[in-house]
Write a protein that binds this ligand. Structure first.
Ligand SMILES: Cc1cc2nc3c(=O)[nH]c(=O)nc-3n(C[C@H](O)[C@H](O)[C@H](O)COP(=O)(O)O)c2cc1C
Length: 413
């Protein structure tokens, strides 16, 4: 409100200066008509409406630019799958709101001329702490799907996690990426299926297995279902096995009985740990939101945890992950890396998570917006934007290296 008031004052001042008697009343009125005053818009909305259309990936200035493009490009059913949460979509919103609970504490007069975003996970150097989360069915958003993302990840030296329900096989993705991705597992219901899946990931060279444990009880994708009903296309012409069927997903080839056993317990974790020990894959548990479960992950041999609420797609009215992060870091952060995802859209969001002790931050929808809008180039641009925003935040806050970003860099609001 204050911002808008200041803007109006500024506008009136410039009008008074620039539109003297000689310029004429008509021109002044034309000027006013084109202003946010006349449109009744906030400055931000006005700037967005009046900036030239985005023609190329390079024209996009923020993740939300790509989000807006995506909303215009995808049919309702696919858009619904991408953007929705569950029930009332509360967790989806809470994830974003959570970042407002933390404010930055910048330090001044630190030499920030050489910002260094590099970090390390499991002894492997990373260019930046930002990675690409597993997202299923990416050919829905671009004909090359996960392979286009792999090309972008290769160009930008980013870690890609491939989903169990991907539309491209791990072997093709590994080829495009120039090395194996991390592999995300939805555990098959039959143990034989789990063994088959893990062995396939191992054979492709995947160094890390990420077991997602936050969908074992199922979910209520209400908004996505409503948007699907609004889609006038004949879905069955493409989804010949029925809408939502996982038949034909290449990583489920030869796996019977479905995925995500609701009976899964820590005993399943022990069994999986034994199996991955024989493959020498690192094991990360994705979907941990409490200190209690983080400790159990350690007791049962996890090599890292990923604090996640599935981008608000699993259970409604959870805490934001930025709000859950601290207790997980305090419980196990001195033993293993803690990663986090869900709702990250800005460099400042990422910075806050690093300050609270996350080793790396995952993005899901942001790179899919880029993929939808401009394919590989769009994914690269999204990574560039977030990296640039993080770099800027590091410089402006007097923390030139990742190790400098500590808890003193943020304050709970
Ligand atoms: C369309 C879509 C599909 C997803 N598919 C998977 C998946 O197959 N496996 C998985 O573990 N997480 C999946 N996720 C969750 C992401 O890995 C990640 O946790 C989440 O997207 C992060 O939140 P963000 O989208 O706000 O960045 C999916 C997310 C989206 C948006």
């Amino acid at each position: 409100m204050l911002e808008e008031f200041q803007y109006i004052l500024c506008l009136l001042k410039s009008a008074a200066m620039g539109f003297s008697v000689s310029t004429g009343r008509r021109e002044f009125l034309r000027f006013l008509a084109a202003s946010p005053l006349a449109a009744g818009l906030g400055i931000e909305a006005w700037a967005q409406q009046n900036s030239p259309a985005i023609q190329r990936a390079a024209d996009a200035l923020s993740v939300s630019d790509f989000e807006a493009l995506t909303k215009d490009m995808l049919p309702p059913a696919h858009l619904g799958y991408l953007i929705s949460g569950v029930d009332d979509d509360a967790t989806l919103k809470i994830n974003r709101d959570g970042f407002q609970h933390f404010q930055l504490r910048p330090r001044r007069l630190v030499d920030v001329s050489k910002p260094d975003l590099r970090t390390e996970i499991f002894g492997v150097p990373w260019e930046t702490p930002i990675f690409l989360c597993p997202v299923g069915g990416q050919k829905m958003f671009n004909g090359d799907g996960e392979v286009a993302v792999a090309r972008a990840a290769k160009a930008k030296k980013a870690t890609q996690i491939l989903s169990t329900v991907s539309s491209s096989p791990v072997e093709a993705v590994a080829q495009a990426l120039g090395g194996p991705p991390w592999y995300q597992m939805y555990m098959p219901v039959n143990w034989a299926g789990t063994e088959t899946m893990v062995r396939r990931a191992e054979a492709a060279g995947c160094p890390v297995l990420v077991w997602t444990v936050d969908l074992l009880g199922g979910r209520n994708t209400e908004t996505a279902s409503r948007m699907r009903r609004a889609d006038t296309r004949n879905c069955l012409s493409c989804h010949t096995d029925g809408v939502g069927s996982l038949k034909g997903r290449p990583m489920l080839d030869g796996i019977e009985g479905g995925i995500n056993p609701p009976a899964a317990s820590w005993a399943f974790m022990d069994r999986l740990r034994k199996l991955t020990n024989t493959t020498r894959m690192k094991l990360i548990i994705k979907g941990i939101d409490t200190a209690e479960d983080a400790r159990l992950c350690r007791e049962h041999g996890a090599d890292a945890v990923l604090v996640s609420n599935h981008g608000g797609r699993a259970t409604d009215t959870l805490r934001s992950t930025i709000d859950s992060l601290t207790e997980v870091v305090d419980a196990i952060g001195n033993q293993v890396p803690v990663l986090v995802d869900s709702g990250f859209r800005r460099g400042t969001d990422i910075y806050k998570a690093l300050a609270l002790g996350a080793r790396a931050v995952g993005i899901g929808r942001p790179y899919i917006y880029g993929l939808t809008a401009f394919g590989q180039e769009g994914v690269e641009r999204v990574l560039d934007i977030l990296r640039a925003e993080l770099r800027l935040t590091m410089q402006q806050c007097g923390t030139p290296a990742i190790k400098d970003i500590t808890r003193t860099a943020v304050q709970r609001a």
